[in-house]
Structures are given as C-alpha cells and as structure tokens.
Design a protein. Structure first.
Length: 209
C-alpha cells in the first residue's frame, strides 16, 4: 500500500518484542516507548530539506549541510501518545508540541474532540501525529480531519503497532497522510484490541487499569 512504511530495523523489532511482553514493568515500558519513538524519528524525518552552509573546522573550511529551517510539530493523541513525545524530542528538540484529545460518543460511536491545543503557527508546520496503537483507525482519522479543518496540510501519522483494519481506514480517509509503524499485526479482536498487540498502551504507560 502506498504511503505506508513498516519498520524492519533489528533494534526496533527487538524493543517491540520487549514492549509486547506482559511481564515488562511500567518503568521499562515507558523507556521502551521512548526509545522506539526516537529510533522511528530517524526514518519519519528522512525527507526534511537541507541547505548548504560553510563552517570552519579545526583544519579548514568545509561546505556542509544543515536542516533548512523546516518547522515541525508533534501532536500526540491523548493520552497514550504522550509516551512517544520525549523520544521524538531527543532528536527533534526544535519541534513544537501540540495536543489533541478524543473520546468516542457512546450513542453515535463517532470520535468527538474534547481538547486541542496547537502552536500558534500550526498551519505553517509539518505535523507528526503520535499514537502508539492504530487499531480501528477511527481516532487517528478523526485527529487528522480535525487538524485539516484548522488549515494544516502537511501531516504524517506515526504509531508503534498497527492493525490492517486501522491502516486501511486511515489510508482510505486520508490517502495523502503517510503512515509509519514499527509493526503490523494480524487483526482486531471482538473488542477492537490489536492481536497479538501489547494490551492497552495508555494503561501500561501510566500504570492504570
């Protein structure tokens, strides 16, 4: 499928295996989410533009390249997406951070936005939406739609684990949004949990049930 990138790096796959293990502690889980997010940031930023500058080394002058001042923003979907922010910021300390919160209306089953705080210049930035799990794709698709309504046109979506159903939904609703995930799993179960997955990412990050 176009615009969908599944990571196969050995370090990422090793850490995803540790994340899946139900014996992994909350502390370890947080650290692993941070580490995997940092490793994924390398690929999700591959297309950042560069510009050539001249610097003076201890030996001579050198023509070299730096980032061309592209503005970035990270937008975690509350609450589990928060666990991915620190890892991304380790490589992208210049990025601004927004937040978006969604809940599912029990009557209509449609996602409802209850919180959204973005940088003032959000429409000028490349947005990376963060959520550890891409299950049904409903929340991810709604978050992207809410951002587009605010005039944001450059959006990427990044997750740790994705179900085929979630990838298909997000790709169908927003074919212009690239999807980056560390692993694609088999399916969703009857409760919309990813199988084999890693359980509820939010509960495991924050020690709740």
């Amino acid at each position: 499928m176009d615009n969908v990138f599944i990571y196969d790096h050995p370090l990422i796959q090793h850490k995803i295996s540790l994340l899946r293990d139900k014996k992994t502690t909350t502390k370890e889980f947080r650290e692993l989410v941070c580490e995997v997010s940092m490793l994924m940031a390398y690929e999700v930023t591959r297309d950042l533009p560069l510009e050539e500058i001249e610097v003076e080394t201890p030996i001579a002058f050198a023509r070299t390249k730096v980032l061309a001042g592209k503005k970035l923003a990270l937008v975690p979907i509350l609450r589990a997406g928060l666990g991915m922010v620190d890892g991304m910021l380790k490589l992208l300390p210049m990025a601004k951070v927004g937040h978006i919160g969604l809940y599912r209306d029990p009557r209509t089953l449609e996602p409802v936005e209850y919180y959204c705080k973005l940088p003032p210049d959000a429409a000028e930035r490349d947005m990376i939406v963060l959520d550890p799990m891409l299950a049904t794709g409903g929340s991810a698709s709604a978050a992207v739609a809410f951002l587009k309504k605010r005039g944001i046109s450059s959006i990427k979506f990044m997750c740790l684990i994705a179900a085929p159903e979630g990838i298909a939904r997000l790709h169908r609703d927003h074919p212009d949004v690239p999807i980056y995930c560390a692993a694609q799993d088999e399916r969703l179960n009857d409760h919309a949990y990813i199988v084999p997955g890693l359980g509820d990412a939010g509960d495991r990050l924050f020690g709740t049930r």
